[in-house]
Design a protein around this ligand. Structure first.
Ligand code: HEC
Ligand code: HEC
Ligand code: HEC
Ligand code: HEC
Ligand code: HEC
Ligand code: HEC
Ligand code: HEC
Ligand code: HEC
Ligand code: HEC
Length: 357
């Protein structure tokens, strides 16, 4: 009997002594005391209704993260006594992550951007589904974005957004961009390349990166680049040709009803034109252009989109364009000759008059 009490004594001591006051930021032995309970693999808490929450915390995971130097209570600041009563509240990463912090955390304004984003605003209004920092970055396994195991690494971030935006992720995964990202193609876009990271806004907000008139700018970041077209064997020069097209010119003037890249190609389900599921496959042209041009046929798009009239491959368009180009040049030349001859005549007449005087 006696030996049992003796064995239990240190445990009781650990649990029921008040926590030692912090000597300096995070410097207390709390870690091992938390792990008396939270270090057990099968440590569960049964909430009302029989739902079990796993409360196991892996110290190895924390040690492998960017926060390896941090103690439990640096993040769980409201756990100030043991045993702690009730459920501690959610962690606020911004106690350290703000510009000018003395903690050694990166000096970023991510947090200010986040507060103004749709996610930050929704969270502030009490939407329980809106992501806090940890919903994108993880809790005990936070890693720098370039680490392949980070939840926000280029290869993983679509899945992370997809936890909540399930339908969009399902479409994106099978699109040309999604497939390329999964293969590890660094040049292809994942969600943040079009939407941003901490500054994500709803598409109806004129400041959003994907507001209708900003969409061509997003696609241009990559598709205006010769190197990308060559590397991936994309024939058309889509951006310049679009900008010069009727749709492109109209959108420059603020028209919101004309087509931007996404009205024809889709957004999360973009596929190459040869793919029968692509919105710009000839079979689907009546539906795609028909949204705005009722009665469009499969041939409706032929020779009308992404045509660079300065290239011979454009066929008739090239010759018509060339005809008008040379017509313009000869007309201009004629005009200039006319002016020069006229000037010459005037000068001669003036000289003759002078001589007559
Ligand atoms: C005596 C065992 C015990 C010890 C020691 C202990 N906890 Fe807990 N902890 C629990 C229990 C039980 C719950 C579930 C309480 C609830 O949800 O109402 C919990 C819940 C939590 C939660 C919330 C989990 C959730 O639902 O989101 C956090 C965070 C937490 N503990 C942190 C700590 C930290 C930090 C320490 C050390 C300073 C610590 N705990 C020490 C038993 C313990
Ligand atoms: C970098 C900050 C950070 C540190 C350090 C940290 N936690 Fe957490 N912890 C979190 C976040 C974030 C969550 C997710 C819940 C939330 O949103 O608050 C969490 C969740 C928990 C939970 C709930 C179970 C779970 O995994 O969701 C427990 C229990 C917990 N922490 C205990 C601990 C203990 C014990 C330590 C020290 C060994 C510790 N934490 C260190 C940030 C931290
Ligand atoms: C107690 C202060 C503190 C808290 C709370 C905290 N961090 Fe950190 N964080 C740091 C420090 C310090 C670093 C730098 C670590 C290093 O470079 O060794 C860091 C680094 C990071 C990095 C890596 C940045 C990079 O590019 O290397 C990310 C991402 C990050 N934290 C996210 C979070 C998230 C998400 C939370 C909330 C769950 C959080 N932090 C909570 C102090 C904190
Ligand atoms: C909607 C998801 C999302 C939310 C919410 C979010 N982040 Fe991020 N964060 C990202 C992504 C994606 C990246 C990766 C950027 C990159 O690839 O360079 C990132 C990068 C970072 C970095 C590293 C920056 C760098 O260049 O090293 C830090 C630090 C960071 N976030 C902190 C925070 C903090 C603090 C919060 C909460 C105020 C937060 N994040 C909320 C998605 C998010
Ligand atoms: C924890 C869940 C969660 C995560 C993770 C998340 N979001 Fe969201 N997102 C929401 C909620 C909730 C809203 C606001 C309600 C709504 O409009 O759907 C929202 C809104 C949005 C909007 C505006 C939608 C609209 O119709 O106005 C965009 C765009 C968006 N998120 C993109 C992203 C991207 C990109 C990521 C990953 C970097 C991401 N989200 C990660 C939950 C999440
Ligand atoms: C190639 C650029 C691009 C990529 C990559 C991208 N989006 Fe979008 N996203 C857009 C555009 C453009 C819109 C606006 C569409 C509109 O106005 O109908 C949009 C709209 C949205 C919306 C709000 C409208 C809706 O349909 O509910 C959400 C949420 C969203 N995207 C989330 C995501 C997520 C999550 C990912 C990654 C899995 C992602 N996006 C990847 C360009 C992109
Ligand atoms: C971050 C760079 C990037 C952005 C932003 C981007 N793309 Fe792409 N896109 C690529 C790359 C790289 C490929 C080639 C992928 C492959 O072949 O594996 C591609 C392929 C395509 C294809 C298929 C081309 C073919 O014939 O194979 C279409 C169509 C396309 N993108 C349209 C768009 C549209 C529309 C947008 C804007 C809403 C956009 N892209 C934004 C990089 C980008
Ligand atoms: C009015 C509808 C429409 C608009 C607007 C539009 N496209 Fe296209 N796009 C098409 C059609 C139809 C095709 C396939 C036939 C062709 O090349 O003309 C195509 C083909 C493409 C291809 C594949 C070319 C190849 O050779 O494989 C890319 C990449 C592309 N578009 C990107 C863009 C980008 C980026 C924008 C915006 C700057 C844009 N498109 C605007 C209809 C459109
Ligand atoms: C989002 C709506 C929208 C979509 C989708 C769209 N257009 Fe247009 N387009 C317009 C508007 C608005 C005009 C302005 C003139 C008008 O009313 O005809 C226009 C003008 C044109 C013009 C020049 C004017 C003319 O009538 O000769 C051509 C050519 C054209 N579109 C072809 C296409 C083709 C091909 C597609 C499908 C690949 C397409 N458009 C998809 C909205 C759209």
């Amino acid at each position: 009997m006696k030996w049992r009490v003796a064995a239990l004594f240190p445990l009781i001591l650990i649990l029921f002594l008040p926590l030692a006051p912090k000597t300096s930021q995070g410097e207390w032995v709390g870690q091992s005391r938390c792990l008396v309970c939270h270090g057990k693999r099968e440590y569960r808490f049964y909430k009302k209704g029989g739902y079990a929450k796993n409360l196991y915390v892996s110290l190895e995971e924390l040690r492998a993260s960017v926060h390896k130097e941090k103690f439990c209570s640096d993040c769980h600041t409201d756990v100030v006594e043991l045993p702690h009563r009730g459920t501690p509240s959610r962690v606020s990463c911004t106690t350290c992550h703000y510009k000018g912090n003395p903690e050694g955390a990166p000096q970023l304004d991510a947090y200010l951007e986040y507060e103004r984003s749709i996610h930050g605003l929704e969270a502030k209004e009490g939407n329980p589904d809106a992501p806090l920092c940890q919903d994108c970055h993880g809790s005990h396994n936070v890693r720098p974005p370039e680490d392949p195991l980070s939840t926000v690494n280029k290869r993983n971030v679509a899945r992370t957004c997809g936890k909540c935006h399930i339908d969009i992720y399902a479409e994106f995964r099978t699109s040309i961009h999604g497939v390329a990202v999964a293969r590890g193609v660094e040049d292809a876009p994942s969600c943040p390349d079009c939407h941003g990271e901490h500054n994500i806004l709803e598409p109806t907000n004129p400041e959003s990166t994907v507001y209708p008139s900003h969409v061509p700018t997003q696609c241009s970041k990559c598709h205006a680049r010769e190197a990308i077209r060559e590397k991936y064997g994309i024939k058309a020069e889509p951006v310049k040709t679009y900008r010069e097209s009727f749709h492109g010119v109209a959108i420059e003037f603020g028209a919101r009803t004309v087509a931007n890249c996404a009205s024809c190609h889709g957004t999360h389900d973009i596929r190459p034109p040869e793919d029968p599921l692509s919105s710009v496959n000839p079979e689907n042209i009546p539906k795609t252009c028909g949204k705005c041009h009722p009665g469009a046929t499969p041939k409706f798009a032929e020779g009308k989109i992404h045509i660079d009239p300065t290239k011979k491959e454009a066929g008739a368009v090239y010759y018509v364009a060339s005809f008008f180009k040379y017509l313009t040049i000869t007309t201009m030349l004629g005009l200039i000759c006319h002016i020069l001859l006229d000037l010459y005549g005037r000068v001669r007449r003036m000289r003759r008059k002078e001589r007559m005087r």
